[in-house]
Design a protein. Structure first.
Length: 267
């Protein structure tokens, strides 16, 4: 039986109509099955022509400064995202939407100064977070509480401000020691007298002057009663004191008049 051959024009048409077995890959990236490496490409934003099938995305050593709302294309299977050694200063509260299955996020060696709890809310599966070598002076515990699956946290080499404002973070770290990696590298930068002092070396007595001084209901009731009473009592006291002064001057004048009646004669 003779072999059947497809005419060349028909074969070319079939190749055009059939989808390519290889997923799309941005020109600035190197791609392999399940991975896109876009490191050291001078990128200023996240490429949008990434395959939705990738599980690892490497964006390190670029020039990304801002992650705006929905900075990433649809990547439902992404498990690892690395943004190390960029110039990242700001992350919008909706920058990471659509990355609900992300398990590892590396934001180290950037310029981050502030993070809000809303930023990490979409990352319900995140287990490892690296915020080391940024410019964080403080960090709200609510940012970390937004990550229920967090197992490993790195915060080293940040310029921590060891004042009363760091007390909430210190409490969180003290209750989650098993999650904190490189604890010995969490060092104070400010104030100067505490420079390079380990945050985890503080104790409860270190924050005695920072303890919560909020009043209970009984305190408010007492103040409500004592406040007006004290005000009225002060008025009576001032009136009484003024009366004594007037009386004293009157008695003194009468005594003077008895001794020198001509001086007190009414004209």
């Amino acid at each position: 039986m003779g072999s059947w051959r497809v005419p060349s024009p028909v074969l070319a048409l079939l190749l055009l109509l059939c989808p390519s077995p290889c997923p799309s890959c941005p020109a600035a990236c190197r791609c392999s099955p399940g991975e896109a490496d876009c490191s050291e490409r001078g990128l200023r934003e996240v490429p949008w022509s990434l395959s939705p099938n990738i599980s690892s995305l490497w964006l390190g050593y670029n020039f990304i400064t801002v992650l705006g709302p929905r900075s990433f294309p649809l990547l439902p299977g992404l498990r690892l995202l690395s943004l190390v050694h960029n110039r990242l200063e700001l992350m919008h509260s909706q920058a990471l939407l659509g990355l609900g299955l992300l398990q590892e996020l590396d934001l180290s060696h950037n310029h981050l100064t502030v993070l809000t709890p809303e930023t990490f809310l979409p990352l319900g599966s995140l287990a490892r977070l690296n915020l080391g070598s940024n410019r964080l002076g403080e960090l709200e515990p609510e940012v970390l509480d937004a990550l229920p699956q967090l197992r490993a946290l790195l915060l080293q080499d940040n310029p921590w401000v060891c004042s009363c404002s760091i007390l909430p973070l210190w409490r969180w770290l003290s209750h989650n020691r098993e999650k904190v990696r490189e604890k010995s590298l969490l060092l104070c930068r400010v104030p100067e007298q505490l420079n390079k002092y380990p945050i985890m070396a503080f104790g409860d007595e270190s924050f005695r002057q920072c303890q919560d001084t909020s009043l209970s209901l009984q305190h408010y009731i007492s103040l409500f009663i004592i406040g007006p009473f004290s005000f009225i009592a002060s008025i009576f006291f001032c009136t009484f004191l003024g009366s004594l002064v007037v009386l004293f001057h009157s008695l003194r004048r009468e005594s003077h008049c008895w001794r020198r009646p001509r001086v007190c004669r009414v004209h």
